[in-house]
Design a protein around this ligand. Structure first.
Ligand code: SF4
Length: 420
């Protein structure tokens, strides 16, 4: 194993690929009807966690996030086995945020108490809507009453932090139905709300239904009105928007997701999980902008490949790419890192600090991206605010218009650096 004395702390994502049923709009790497794989999967994941902890020199964790999939679908014993494995493989400060995504239908008092006992202190509940007809359209297994009960149950079980997800822009969803859902969310005993617009992903049953006219095409203008209504109602209820899709009360932002948006290192375990390790203490071979890599997606192949993995030697780009469960790995160039810093950082309401950008990349944002900055200021997508470049209020609805300009400029710079 590498002799690492002070390894860089990182955020840990744990992928749980099981769902009781597959929602018709979902294209995540998740599967229904593979429950017989659960014991072998938990064993393989436990092995992967232990192997990473040893290889990286038992770094400290800044947050843990169990996502999927449906982490709450695992048994209490499996969840406890995984958190124990994490505690053994990594330094786990008691103060960090430990989140599990949960389906409202799984949130029985016993399951919630067991999750709390396993070390989770934050629950992210996939409510999606407080309208039962919309929940049926989305193929969800739960009712609006289940969602209300899940929030109450999470508090009763001692979860200090509770977040809910909602979806807007559903086929045929009227504005007043959305208004009722967002009003109810704003009034609930939760400290965090995520609002996502439905995306019709290629190859999903819902996309096919819209394509053949069985469902109406979602209305983008109406979805924009729904988003503005969410901004207004959540603000009135004391939630501060801190990211394009996220609102928090009392500073209860998602520490784990902030690691992605702020460009901090993270490790993902499980099939299809993504990681980005940065060069630094103990990881000098990775270079300043690090390596991004992703595990292969099929759970069975993942189990076969990872179960006997025994990494050794220095953690380098080549060693990461050769890891048995890793499917893709990319060394990040300075130009790519600059583009990603802008694309991810601009999602945050506070935007990107020019001073921090200059310190990391040796030049200011407008020097590196003169064209995109000038265009986005002209279009009022972006504004300068106290040394930070950020989306304007109106620009938040059109964030992609800004992001694509930075990413295109970064990829041109990356290609010309590679060809130089
Ligand atoms: S529960 Fe979540 S991850 Fe599972 S199929 Fe539905 S949307 Fe996808």
């Amino acid at each position: 194993m590498a002799g690492v004395s002070t390894p860089t702390p990182l955020a840990l994502y744990v992928h749980i690929p099981f769902c009781e049923t597959k929602c018709p709009y979902c294209d995540f790497n998740t599967y229904a009807a593979i429950e017989p794989l659960m014991p072998a999967y938990v064993d393989a994941l436990t092995h992967e966690i232990a192997a990473w902890g040893a290889w990286l020199g038992r770094p400290a964790l800044t947050s843990v996030f169990f996502g999927g999939g449906t982490p709450s679908y695992l048994s209490p014993a499996h969840l406890a086995k995984l958190t124990e494995a994490i505690g053994a493989a990594f330094a786990w400060p008691s103060s960090i945020e430990v989140t599990a995504e949960a389906n409202p239908g799984d949130c029985t008092p016993e399951k919630l108490r067991a999750m709390r006992a396993a070390g989770f202190n934050r629950l992210s509940i996939g409510v999606q809507s407080f309208d039962d007809a919309e929940l049926r359209l989305l193929g969800r297994r739960h009712s609006a009453d289940d969602a209300r009960a899940a929030v109450r149950g999470a508090r009763a079980a001692g979860f200090e932090r509770v977040s809910i997800d909602l979806m807007l822009g559903l086929p045929g969803q009227p504005l007043d139905a959305w208004a009722r859902s967002i009003e109810e969310a704003a009034a609930l005993d939760v400290d965090h709300v995520s609002v996502y617009a439905l995306t019709l992903e290629g190859g999903t049953p819902m996309e096919a239904d819209v394509g053949r006219g069985a469902l109406p095409e979602p209305d983008a203008d109406l979805a924009a009105d729904m988003y503005l209504l969410a901004q207004e109602r959540l603000a009135a209820a004391g939630f501060a928007q801190y990211e394009i899709s996220n609102w928090a009360k009392g500073g209860m932002t998602s520490g784990h997701n902030l690691a992605y948006w702020e460009g901090r290192p993270y490790l993902g375990v499980g099939p299809g999980a993504h990681s980005h390790l940065l060069g630094g203490a103990g990881l000098d071979a990775l270079g300043p902008h690090g390596v991004r890599f992703a595990n292969l997606k099929p759970p069975r192949t993942y189990i076969e490949r990872v179960s006997s993995w025994q990494p050794s030697g220095a953690v380098s780009a080549a060693a990461l790419a050769a890891a048995p469960a890793v499917e893709t790995a990319e060394e990040i160039s300075a130009a790519t890192a600059e583009g990603e810093t802008m694309m991810m950082g601009l999602r945050l309401n506070e935007g990107v600090s020019d001073a921090a950008f200059r310190e990391r990349f040796g030049a200011g944002i407008a020097e590196r991206f003169p064209g995109p900055v000038a265009e986005c200021l002209e279009l009022r997508l972006l504004e300068w605010d106290g040394g930070r470049l950020r989306l304007t209020e109106g620009g938040r609805l059109l964030g992609n218009e800004a992001f694509v300009r930075f990413v295109a400029a970064a990829s041109e710079a990356s290609a010309s650096a590679a060809g130089a």
